[in-house]
Write a protein that binds this ligand. Sequence first.
Ligand SMILES: *Cc1c(COP(=O)(O)O)cnc(C)c1O
Length: 373
Amino acid sequence: MTSYPNSVTIDLSALQHNLNQVKHLVGAGPRIMGVVKSDAYGHGMAPVARALREFGADCLGVAQLGEALELREAGIGGPIVILSGIQTREDAREVVDKDLTPVIYRLAMAQVIAEEGARREKRIPVQIKVDTGMGRLGIPHRDVGIFLNDVGAYGPLDIEGLVSHLSSADEAEKGFTRTQIKFFHEAVKAGRSMGWDLPFNSLANSAGIMNHRDSCFDMVRPGIMLYGGLPSPEFQSPVVLKPVMGFKGQVLHMRNLPEGTAVSYGRTYITRGPQKIAVLSAGYGAGLPRRLSNKGMVLIGGKKVEIIGKVCMNLTMASLEGVTDALPGDEVVFLGDQGAETIRGDDMAFWAETISYEVFCSIGNGNPRQYLK
Ligand SMILES: *Cc1c(COP(=O)(O)O)cnc(C)c1O
């Protein structure tokens, strides 16, 4: 760890705080599925999953079977929902063996899972994916009744509920989300009127939880807000979320450049006078977005300073304007606090014209991580 200049810290107490904010927003009713796909958005799947379970998340959500198997391998019990479903009979065997909960959006898939369950004399929990407007996975919301009947006929499947995804709940314009909520409501009603219990229906992601109270059915599926990020950089959060990920590196070197000196690839930055700059220990190879070139900021000596020139693979340059006492070896903060200043994932996402999800995934996956209790 010490031989690397850059490090990511993961603050599990901030994760707990954010989970508590979810609980606060949704109240005592809905169950909480902690979404830990893509290595917990770069925060490390197994340690985050273990912490979320300890802090009271009712179940975990992953995208793929492989992730669910990794969690079981790491000794993590309890329900794990595979949000993108499974494909093959071999997958179905793993689901049955490891007590996983696949999402289903095709009859053939339900049949194979039911057969593998029957072979092992086990009832298999499943959730039915419904498309209410995302245009991605799921059966059309109007077909839920027929689909449930067909799936029910296959035998040993416990249909826990319907699951659907919101496409636009972070937007100020609420009309489309209201329509999705209405369609989901109708689908649940149709299923229940045919005699299915459907105890764990879920629609809300983080944006739904924060922006649409009535999208929180029997279960909610927060992801980004658990990590202290927003659904989009402009989003106004109704609660205080604490950043979980920190990312820092080192000032490797400092230069006094004369006026007219080009900095970095492509000479996109030229000094306009004598200028002091710092060469920093991280670039896009460590997950820093290249889109921060001539746009982003970093913290050095407790001051927010500008990234200048193109971000390189392992190096980035910053202006030291206003910084008086920096030295080689000093800490540079890319994400987190230094002195009175803070840079959040959403700040970086805004500068790089992306979303904090992508920032966290690329930084988290590109660096050694250290967990703080
Ligand atoms: C990723 C994902 C979530 C979590 O979304 P956030 O915006 O991170 O809260 C919830 N449900 C499904 C199906 C997802 O794929």
